[in-house]
Write a protein that binds this ligand. Structure first.
Ligand code: GLP
Length: 260
């Protein structure tokens, strides 16, 4: 895992957007894995700006979102469908048929999840997966205890996640209890992964994910098993990393490193 620490959220978001742009420049029909939550918002804003300036084109891009709440209609203010359209898709030129977001309202979850996995495979797999991290160390909605080989499935949310996300709903009782989520195994098949975290409330989860043992109790720790993860953190999220000096040392010496 390559760790890059930025002074501020905006700087981290700009660097992450540049990673996405680099993938699209190398492969205009790339398949992107999208995340929701407050963390990737800055990346989406930067990408929209780059698109508006004519620097990136999404007309051949395909996307797969990580997850969706079960039971919220796609028009609900807190549905991840609505989030993605409002914050990203409606501002870029991606063909609507290339957008995939798990259905939170299907009548057959098992069949839908199998179809979603198959669609990812048919699209050639995910080239770059963007990820945030929950305060309990989860990725997508893979709560503590999720199998590290899990696939897209229906998942019961942890109390901690419900409490964390209650701020977006009128009442805590309105937060859905179930979600559909890509599995840890699904995520680990992405060719490249970009893990993002900002803010002090992520510091513990980040430290355990990056420097702790690989464990299903912190599903983000499974990223240690992936050969191509870049982790971008702001100072607050990086505050509990024990090897901080080494990560800075690596970045400092990078420009002079022998070419691989
Ligand atoms: C939800 C999402 C995750 C996201 C997490 C953190 O649980 N399913 O994909 O990483 O929230 O959200 P935020 O970025 O708002 O802290």
């Amino acid at each position: 895992m390559e760790i890059c620490i930025y002074r501020a959220y905006e700087e981290m978001s700009r660097a992450a957007a540049q990673e996405v742009a680099d993938v699209l420049n190398a492969k205009p029909n790339a398949v992107l894995g999208m995340a929701t939550g407050s963390t990737p918002l800055g990346v989406y804003q930067q990408l929209v700006k780059m698109h508006t300036r004519g620097e990136i084109d999404f007309s051949h891009v395909t996307t797969f979102n990580l997850d969706e709440y079960v039971g919220l209609p796609i028009t609900h203010a807190q549905s991840y469908h609505r989030f993605m359209h409002e914050n990203f898709f409606r501002h870029i030129n991606i063909p609507p048929q290339n957008i995939h977001i798990p259905s939170g309202t299907t009548t057959n979850y098992r069949a839908f999840c199998d179809w979603y996995e198959k669609r990812i495979e048919e699209a050639g797999g995910i080239d770059l997966q963007i990820l945030g991290i929950g305060s309990d160390g989860h990725i997508a909605f893979n709560e503590p205890g999720s199998s590290l080989s899990s696939r897209t499935r229906l998942k019961t949310l942890a109390k901690q996640t419900i409490d964390d996300n209650a701020r977006f709903f009128d009442k805590p009782q309105d937060v859905p209890i179930y979600a559909i989520t890509m599995g840890v195994g699904t995520i680990l098949e992405a060719k490249q992964i970009l893990l993002l975290a900002n803010g002090a409330n992520k510091a513990q989860a980040v430290a355990e994910a990056v420097e702790g043992p690989v464990t299903s109790m912190i599903t983000a720790s499974a990223l240690q098993m992936h050969p191509s993860v870049r982790a971008f953190f702001d100072e607050a999220a990086a505050a509990k990393l024990k090897m901080r000096e080494y990560y800075d040392w690596i970045q400092f010496h990078k420009p002079g490193a022998p070419r691989v």
